[in-house]
Design a protein around this ligand. Structure first.
Ligand code: GLA
Length: 393
């Protein structure tokens, strides 16, 4: 028995409670399983993951929740509280090539396909409610959170026993082979393996993770330009191809092993040269940042985040006027330790590390300066650093 959800439903105190309430309302039963997965910010190490480089993300307390039971009817039926439309598919029949019209439930279908293809196990179809507090289009990995939430759910329901790292790999496979974006593995690793209070220094070649505590006096503020990301898929895949061409020209398997000296000696056109220079310098900044964070060296944190933004703007060309205006606004605001664009770019948000005692002043000064410069209303979200994806009931 399924009931339509009213337009206004009772919001629970937590995202999890909201999803459970909505599930009870729609199916008149308790969910069999509830799983949550966080979005992420990336502090530094941008566009390095598909070059086997270093990244430094942190999972944030904005979550995708999935409340589900084994399907009572034919096939899976998934209702999102935020998106329009009910996702309907058969988990054991979905296959790459079916995600051509980019529907929100492609991420669930793609994860089901990746899990099945990897493990050769059948999965149960589900009746489910999906609820998300991860901002969409802001570059904080709402899609990776969706992949990891349903990955954990099927892993548990089918008793497969994959580790969080293995689920992250399957999430990347879903993006690459089902959705068609040649992304790296940072977002899924952050969502699957996050730890409260810690950022993750990830070597994307070995997938080794080192947990780095965030200094107590610093807050993470997400400064959203409210400019939705555009052209992301094609420009993203193009950047990746340019990096691969640069590595090939230096006879390297990836840019992880490139040096500035090798770049200068190679015969690269100026665009490829700048793309590669971003990756090489960003890897170095990421390593330096790890030491700076450990020492609580605010001057170095600020300098490295700023240099990262400038390199993404000038060499990698994935920023946009709104992200530049937001970064400038943040750099000039009281309490700012460091700020830069976060995620793939072309719109979305900046991440700022801010002295905890000055968060309010920082937020109002940044948004006012951004508004003066662009005539746009941005939005600031203070984020706590959360645990990775897990089952909650
Ligand atoms: C997106 C991708 C990640 C990473 C970033 C840029 O978020 O999903 O794999 O490449 O862009 O750093």
């Amino acid at each position: 028995m399924r009931r339509r959800l009213p337009h206004v439903y009772l919001w629970g105190v937590t995202p999890e409670a909201t999803a459970v309430e909505a599930f009870r309302h729609r199916y008149e039963a308790d969910p069999e399983i509830v799983c949550v997965a966080p979005g992420r910010v990336n502090l530094i190490g941008e566009h390095t993951d598909y070059n086997e480089g270093f990244v430094f993300p942190a999972a944030i307390d904005r979550h995708v929740v999935i409340a589900a039971r084994r399907a009572t009817g034919d096939g899976s039926s998934i209702f999102s509280l935020e998106r329009k439309g009910i996702g309907q598919f058969h988990v054991n029949f979905v296959a790459p090539g079916q995600a051509l019209d980019r529907r929100w439930w492609d991420y669930l279908a793609g994860m089901a396909w990746a899990l099945r293809d990897e493990t050769r196990q059948k999965l149960p179809d589900i009746d489910a409610i999906v609820h998300s507090t991860v901002p969409i289009g802001s570059g904080v990995s709402s899609s990776a959170a969706l992949e990891m939430a349903c990955g954990v759910m099927w892993n548990e329901l089918a008793g497969i026993g994959l580790s969080p790292r293995e689920l992250a790999k399957l999430g990347q496979r879903c993006e690459n082979q089902f959705i068609g974006i040649n992304s790296g593995i940072m977002d899924q690793m952050a969502s699957a393996m996050g730890r409260a209070g810690h950022a993750l220094f990830i070597d994307t070649r070995s997938l080794d993770v080192q947990y780095a505590p965030l200094p107590k006096g610093l807050a993470i503020v997400l400064c959203d330009t409210k400019k939705p990301r555009s052209l992301t898929a094609s420009a993203y895949n193009e950047r990746r191809r340019q990096c691969e061409a640069g590595a090939a020209a230096m006879s390297l398997a990836s840019l992880r092993d490139a040096t500035l000296a090798a770049l200068e000696a190679a015969d690269l056109d100026s665009v490829t040269f700048r793309r590669c220079r971003h990756v090489v310098t960003e890897n170095a900044r990421c390593i330096e940042f790890k030491a700076a964070l450990k020492m609580g060296d605010r001057e170095a944190i600020g300098r490295l985040m700023r240099a990262s933004h400038e390199s993404l703007r000038d060499d990698y060309e994935v920023s946009c006027p709104e992200l530049d205006a937001m970064a400038e606004a943040a750099w000039g605001a009281p309490g700012c330790v460091g700020a830069r664009m976060t995620g793939a770019g072309f719109g979305g948000a900046c991440v700022a590390l801010v002295a905890k005692r000055a968060v309010e002043e920082f937020t109002s000064a940044t948004l006012a300066a951004y508004d003066r410069e662009t005539n746009l209303s941005g939005e600031a979200l203070t984020c706590n650093v959360a645990d990775g994806a897990h089952r909650t009931r």
